[in-house]
Design a protein around this ligand. Sequence first.
Ligand code: FAD
Length: 444
Amino acid sequence: MSARERCDVLVVGGGPAGSTVAALLAERGWRVVVLEKERHPRFHIGESLLPHNLPILERLGVLDAVHAIGMKKPGADFTAEMEVRGHHKFQFSFALDRSLPFAYEVRRSEFDHLLLKNSAAKGATVLEGVRVTGVEFPAGADPEARAVDEQGRETLWSCRYFVDASGRDTLLARKFGLKRKNPHHASAALFGHFLNVERRPGEDAGSISVYWFEHGWFWMIPLKDGTMSVGAVCRPEYLKQRRTSPAEYLRQTIALAPAEMRARMRDAVLVDGEARATGNYSYTSSRMRGERYVLVGDAYAFVDPVFSSGVMLGMNSGVLGAEAIDAWLRGEPGAEARFRHLERMVRRGVETFSWFIWRFNSPGMRTLMLHPGNPFRVQEAVISLLAGDVFRDIGARSRFWLFRFFYVMFSLKYPRESFRLWLARVRNSRVRFTGGTTPLDAEG
Ligand SMILES: Cc1cc2nc3c(=O)[nH]c(=O)nc-3n(C[C@H](O)[C@H](O)[C@H](O)COP(=O)(O)OP(=O)(O)OC[C@H]3O[C@@H](n4cnc5c(N)ncnc54)[C@H](O)[C@@H]3O)c2cc1C
């Protein structure tokens, strides 16, 4: 016999998106329950935040706590030794709006735990080690979800509103067949934490470094305790060639990095000798909501992490989702408009970052990132967008068009490389390489 429970809002997933919705709705007095299949603190990849995360963290009341665990990130630097060579440092203090000149890098185990505890402190009931195994939306009645705890006990939850914040598990997108793999962008990642990696000097010690190489690009994310998170985002066809352990393949891949990165890593030691991998991962869902449910964060869409946008986009959808759900629960006539606003903003965020991401490995983009000028303040506008300032227009959007024009002009300089890149994209969109966000190993 299953137990039966009831609440106003049932949130599946206690990652950043789920914790944001839960905290904001519990704060408004609704009976909110979060079901999380894991026990926090748990490992999660995605450690680099954006400046426009900060107002959300402030609104949740956790900015000081994040400051205590976070490494201050003033910007990002990019390096390549390919057909376009160079190094350039972008500073968030050079954005059009200079009021948010930095972000943080965080260990996600600490950050996600902190956010989840905050939602409990605001009044949400958080149940960890509880996995949702199924959900039904009977017409005109309350949604019902089946959940199983670690002892195998089953509970049937009914709620007035259902939030899917299940991340890349994509609970509802799978159930309804909404998931659309991105045909333009297939990539997969291999990553680990290292000790003894050289940091940038002085103020730049917290900058994220990005290095292009022949199979994709690397990230180096400095964490507060001295560890460096290092990952390679590669075309799946490269990762499928792996015949050794993920740790050994990561080492072999780092050996292909630009000289500067190899020099910074010459004494590096992989923590616990462990590396992880995750598979082809860009997708969006064809729908963000339905009768009494909404998809937030990665449960709706996931884009390549090169510009560190995932947590900010997920938490922002959590904020807008909470506002719409609150209006719906109150029976306010404006609820529908709020849901439409949520859809517009989430799509705008995903599309803006996607534009940069799809072109990231092209010589035209490398030219613009490594040798940017600032005519008509275009560079400031691009920094604003990449800082997460994508939901309002303070002059960044019109300049973004100019940036696109420059991109086309520079791409024309490299017709052969641009064509090769297009061919690789088409080939790779067919290569299958699977894996979850947190597995120890990847299936080849
Ligand atoms: C290789 C890689 C690098 C990345 N780097 C960055 C980065 O530097 N910066 C950045 O901002 N983003 C990065 N991201 C993206 C970022 O990790 C995600 O966008 C972010 O975690 C999304 O938050 P979320 O709350 O939607 O999902 P998640 O953080 O994945 O949380 C979902 C939660 O739901 C739980 N869950 C799932 N299914 C169920 C179920 N059936 N029942 C109960 N619980 C369930 C999971 O256990 C999990 O805790 C990266 C992603 C990858 C793959």
